[in-house]
Design a protein around this ligand. Structure first.
Ligand SMILES: [Cu+2]
Length: 200
């Protein structure tokens, strides 16, 4: 009798252990399925974001013998394009920043980028007041260490849309040695081109 009890207990133990293992297997299956689900959800939302939100990071090359480097990012957020400029190596003070018509930084002085991007043939001016080029972003302020962190947003641009008067893809980004005075034609007397990048 005692032997039978032990045998039964052993059997019961074996059964409960195998039962538990089965449960764990099932639980693991569930977890894997959940993970697969969340992965596919991520790719879905990324797919949605591709149409709503496009981002181009433009590495800036030193020009005209400067030490200016950094990255200027352009992000489409709904109807607006946000520009985020992070630069180093500038002289402290005010520097013009523009979009120029050619996405070509091959020249040592960046003259290959051409004049200001001006698809509506406007006069050069202040972005916030009256007439201006589509590339007349304005001025950056470099701190005492020659660093700039600057954000600008506008609904007058787009990234890759059909409207050539708004689409910034293929344009050049230029940072100048001096300030834009917003009045001198055609480019605000901003001096040498100290950094250049291509929006692509
Ligand atoms: Cu310029």
């Amino acid at each position: 009798m005692k032997k039978l009890n032990i045998a039964l207990m052993a059997l019961a133990l074996t059964l409960s252990v195998s039962c538990k293992e089965n449960k764990e297997d099932e639980m693991m299956d569930d977890t894997e399925m959940e993970m697969e689900d969340s992965t596919s959800m991520d790719s879905d939302s990324e797919g949605m974001m591709d149409s709503d939100r496009t981002e181009i990071a433009v590495p800036m090359a030193s020009k005209s013998g400067s030490n200016v480097t950094g990255v200027i990012s352009f992000v489409q957020e709904g109807d607006e394009v946000k520009m985020i400029a992070n630069l180093t190596g500038l002289t402290p003070g005010t520097h013009a920043i523009h979009l120029h018509e050619n996405g070509d930084c091959s020249a040592d002085d960046a003259t290959s980028a051409g004049g200001h991007w001006n698809p509506k043939s406007n006069e050069h001016g202040d972005w916030d007041e009256g007439m201006h080029h589509m590339g007349d972003i304005g001025n950056l302020e470099a701190n005492a260490n020659g660093e700039v962190s600057y954000t600008f947003s506008t609904d007058k641009w787009c990234i890759g849309c059909e409207d050539d008067t708004k689409n910034i893809v293929g344009k050049g980004v230029i940072v100048h040695a001096a300030a834009d005075d917003f009045t001198s034609q055609p480019s605000g007397a901003a001096g040498a081109r100290v950094a250049c990048g291509v929006i692509e």
